[in-house]
Design a protein around this ligand. Sequence first.
Ligand code: HMG
Ligand code: MG
Length: 303
Amino acid sequence: MTIPRKVKLVEVGPRDGLQNEPGQVPTAVKVELIHRLQDAGLGVVEAAAFVSPRWVPQMADAAEVMAAIRRKPGVSYPVLVPNRKGLDAALAAGAREVVVFGAATESFSRKNTNCSIAECLARFQEVCREALDHGVKARGIISVALGCPYEGEVKPQAVVAVARALEDMGCYEVAIADTIGVATPGKTRAAFEAVARHIAVKRLAGHFHDTYGQALANIYAALECGIATFDSSVAGLGGCPYAKGATGNVATEDVLYMLSGLRVETGVDLDRLVAAGEYICGELKRPTHSKAARALAARARAA
Ligand code: HMG
Ligand code: MG
């Protein structure tokens, strides 16, 4: 089985990571984190979410973050947008890429965005049309594609239906998300194979949370399906406020360590990435969730 020689890492720490923090992270810290991540070589850094501040207070400073970041040529800074209001704010803040986020189950769609899947897709249709009219790229994510905290098992066909809708409305890439980190490699493979019958693998991405410690194995299964884009979060920060009990995304450091061992090219520097993780963990006053970062730090101390 061959795997892609090159992988694009989509760093979601400043958004997925920090949206779940109990306290407000200062804007300057978010901006510094983004700068350190781009300086580590990440070409995509999800920077913020233009969502209701009543639903997710941690993202209330999205416009300030976008105004303060020093944009590096060649790097994109996607932002989450749930509706027209979010899109207008994102465009006003100079966003060049927006992310629409749907769900594979009705229950999660209601909990996360207060509307049905069909209503959500209708909103996204408008968001994508407007975004593309402004020359702004649109990316799609499908939450709870591999298991739902409210409905349990999710059939690949439910994921296929949403993925096709997102691609049809102009999303250049569709990420399949294991929001609560319950998937195992067989399930991951089945979902990607089902979606790949309708959408080219180069347009698909994996977004894995690591609740059950399966994320790296799931990424490997997705690599074997030809998937070459993965979302991950520095230091394994994160979770979704509407998926209780789910832990953070797979740590970018761990993904990078695995990919480096497989000789897969990413363009990301592991030492600088680890340093970015140490920075944010220092600010949040908590240890990293990345095993690779912990091991590298221990090795450095012992040297
Ligand atoms: P709603 O309450 O039904 O919205 O929420 P509404 O249209 O009735 O508006 C209610 C209030 O919100 C109004 O303010 C609107 O102006 C305001 P009021 O008049 O009462 O003062 N509002 C907004 N404010 C700022 N930006 C906006 C916006 N829209 C409305 N865009 C809504 C519906 C979709 C807005 C809400 O449910 C929401 O913001 N949900 C976002 C939830 C969220 O961000 N979840 C986490 C991100 S998704 C995730 O983490 C999963 C992912 O990582 C993949 C994975 O792992 O699965 C992506
Ligand atoms: Mg997520």
